[in-house]
Design a protein around this ligand. Sequence first.
Ligand code: AMP
Length: 213
Amino acid sequence: MNIILLGPPGAGKGTQAKRLVEKYHIPQVSTGDMLRAALKEGTPLGLEAKKFMDAGGLVPDSVVIGLVKERIQRPDAAVGYMLDGFPRTVAQARELDNILNGMGQKIDHVVSVEVPASELLGRLTGRRTCRSCGAGFHVMFDPPRKDGVCDKCGGELYQRSDDNEATVSSRLETYEAQTKPLIDYYGNQSKLRRIDGVGKMDDILQRIIKVLG
Ligand code: AMP
């Protein structure tokens, strides 16, 4: 099963993807995670991407398409994959369709996780992540027992550099202008499954599982 998780920054795509991966045993392919990993390693690609990420804009299509093309051809993706944060533009979606055609594959479902715009800023600026195990927290909605310390492994919690208020505002504008048109793109392909992204994490997970069948 090849799935796309679509939605604005802060909709909870990454959180749900991690849980869905455990259920369906398919890899999560997150372009954001791949770019952050490249940056951490200090590769030229990572350093170039940082400029766009810090500004709340999008990394050029050719860069992310190259990353995804390579990733979905690896052996562990033969059983399917969950794309998280890709595609983010109509040009990326078109190119993905071309690549999949060439591989004899297709996207089965596009899950649109819908959250009112008014909720997103607070969700994003309060996010904290564990440096060691990657667990996610939120200072208001899901606080760790001890400030700055991961409940699961005791690791240090940090705030993503692009989760500050100024960058978040740009990311939300970028979403509206460049990514939201994908709702129509996949609606026209009859692949869009809309789900309400507000509520308890477990309830949202169940909604997604229900539409995936
Ligand atoms: P994310 O972790 O998905 O929120 O992505 C963080 C940042 O990485 C975004 O704000 C973009 O700058 C960049 N990025 C991630 N995925 C893409 C993509 N598919 N196309 C362009 N830029 C991306």
